[in-house]
Design a protein around this ligand. Structure first.
Ligand code: ATP
Ligand code: MG
Length: 484
């Protein structure tokens, strides 16, 4: 739940926000003037402010400035009628998160609200480094006492207070984003905003305008000026996540920002100067990308003033028990499970598994095991099934039960952004459906294929993918794992 303050002199607008955002589980307060909003803000912490520009008394732009002085990290979204669009652009230049034209497009507005709340979360939610005591799941934590992690902590401590660019490298799921947030929080810019840009998630064509902004008419559809993320983050920190994925044109521009702290908006000639600290992360092998011509070597050297290598989990197995304890306590609080239990033999697969998805995979595994266990001790077999070890048959697998679909989906909707990718949910659903169909048809694959409405070869391929089929090729119709 987030706390959102809506400033608009029209009651109907405030009511609409209260209703829509309230239904999403947020707490929404309304203010009919900027003055009363500032009073509310002084008394109560908020996660987001949405304000109209044209207000009686102090206008939205002035309100924005006061809010920025009071709480530079609080995201503010401005709304405006077409006539005052120029002011709205001005507002983003002065640090508003984004602006929307009235009449509002509800879907687009919701998206912006979600992104603003996520940005606020990343900025504000404290990352504790290597805590000894794990019973405080209210903060995020970088867990691990291994030598490799100690090295990471030392480097964070050394570079955080400087303004140097930092490149964070490591396989997927090792905790690069956590490290970036820790660097930010321990930096001298921690009171200023952090702007996170996931370069891989934004289509190539949009990335450039997202970062640098554009002038009216810069391309078809550029109806007015737009201020980019770099300009908005002036005096603050920019985290370029997945920097290995950016196209060459954008690489050249980022290089210039690092070298002379300047750039032009798309379609503009005015040189804009910014004072931003750049943090970047990638799971790509940049040396290889450079050799193949996909990444500029000069940019690499500029970014690489300090590199923090985050080790893969398999190289610091001694941290697994700590991480498991941390995730158990964190998720059991969330799932309202009193005492999460792990059978003694369940440690074996956790210790021995290779964790190609690193800490993220471990986190998901514990989360799901807890959901499926519903308070019973988590068994080795549950974990092996979740991790796809031993290629278990549907019948033996405690995890395969259509009953799990509802909690799975609910869990996804509640935590999707932070913990599990959409594709992974689809995989889980697919696995459950395959297992159910096989169960109903007593292992008869033709029948299962008919039930699922898919050709047999497709079913075969899917069963193989999920490890639900024995390796022995079969021409018959028996249960894929039966021995008879
Ligand atoms: N050392 C750690 N202690 C506790 N949680 C961790 C640790 N490392 C990673 N996590 C958790 O694992 C998940 C993945 O971490 P994160 O997003 O930082 O990975 P990443 O390296 O950025 O991965 P990718 O390259 O896929 O973006 C997050 O939920 C994070 O909280
Ligand atoms: Mg990441």
């Amino acid at each position: 739940m987030s706390r959102i303050l809506v400033i608009d002199d029209e009651r109907s607008v405030r009511t609409a926000f209260v209703e829509v955002l309230g239904a999403e589980g947020h707490q929404v307060l309304g203010a009919e003037s900027a003055e009363s909003a500032l009073q509310t803000l002084a008394a109560e912490p908020m996660d987001l402010v949405i304000t109209d520009i044209c207000l009686p008394g102090m206008n939205g732009l002035e309100a924005l400035e006061q809010i920025r002085r009071l709480e530079p990290k609080l995201p503010v979204i401005v709304m405006t009628g077409f006539g005052t669009m120029q002011t709205a652009i001005e507002a983003t230049k002065r640090g508003a998160f984004d602006y929307h034209l009235k009449p509002l497009d509800p879907a687009a507005m919701m998206l912006t609200i979600e992104r603003a709340l996520e940005a606020a979360r990343l900025m504000r939610r404290q990352v504790e480094i290597g805590p000894e005591d794990l019973v405080a799941p209210a903060v995020d934590a970088i867990i691990g006492r291994s030598g490799a992690m100690q090295q990471v902590y030392k480097t964070i401590g050394r570079v955080a207070p400087t303004d140097a660019a930092v490149l964070i490298r490591g396989e997927s799921g090792t905790g690069k984003e956590l490290v970036a947030r820790a660097v930010y929080q321990y930096s001298s810019r921690s009171q200023r905003p952090l702007s996170v840009i996931n370069c891989a998630a934004i289509p190539e064509t949009l990335l450039e305008s997202e970062l640098f902004g554009y002038e009216r008419g810069a391309f078809t559809g550029a109806a007015g000026r737009r201020v980019g993320k770099l300009e908005q983050a002036d005096e603050g920190t920019v985290f370029l996540d997945e920097i290995g994925d950016i196209p060459p044109a954008v690489q050249a521009k980022i290089l210039r920002v690092l070298q002379d702290k300047s750039f032009e908006r798309l379609g503009g000639n005015q040189t804009i100067r910014v004072n931003v600290r750049v943090l970047a992360a990638t799971n790509r092998d940049l040396s290889k990308a450079i050799a193949e011509g996909g990444f500029r070597e000069d940019l690499y050297h500029r970014l690489n003033v300090v590199t923090i290598w985050v080790p893969p989990l398999r190289e610091r197995r001694e941290d697994i028990p700590l991480l498991v304890a941390y995730f158990l306590s964190r998720f059991s609080a969330e799932l309202e499970i009193d005492k999460p239990l792990l059978a003694e033999e369940a440690w074996e697969p956790l210790r021995d598994y290779d964790w190609p998805g690193n800490v993220r995979e471990l986190e998901h595994c514990i989360h799901r095991a807890l959901i499926f266990s519903r308070g019973h001790p988590i068994q080795a077999a549950d974990l092996k099934a979740l991790l796809g070890i031993d290629k278990p048959s549907p019948a033996q697998t405690p995890g395969f039960d259509l009953q799990q679909l509802v909690p799975c989906v609910r869990d996804f909707l509640e935590h999707a952004r932070s913990t599990r990718p959409f594709d992974e949910l689809l995989e889980t659903v697919e696995r459950l459906l395959l297992a159910e169909a096989l169960g109903r048809s007593a292992g008869n694959q033709s029948q299962a294929a008919r039930l699922l409405g898919m050709p047999r070869p497709t079913l075969h391929a899917k069963l193989r993918k999920h490890g639900l089929q024995s390796d022995r090729p079969r021409s018959d119709e028996r249960h894929p794992m039966s021995d008879s």
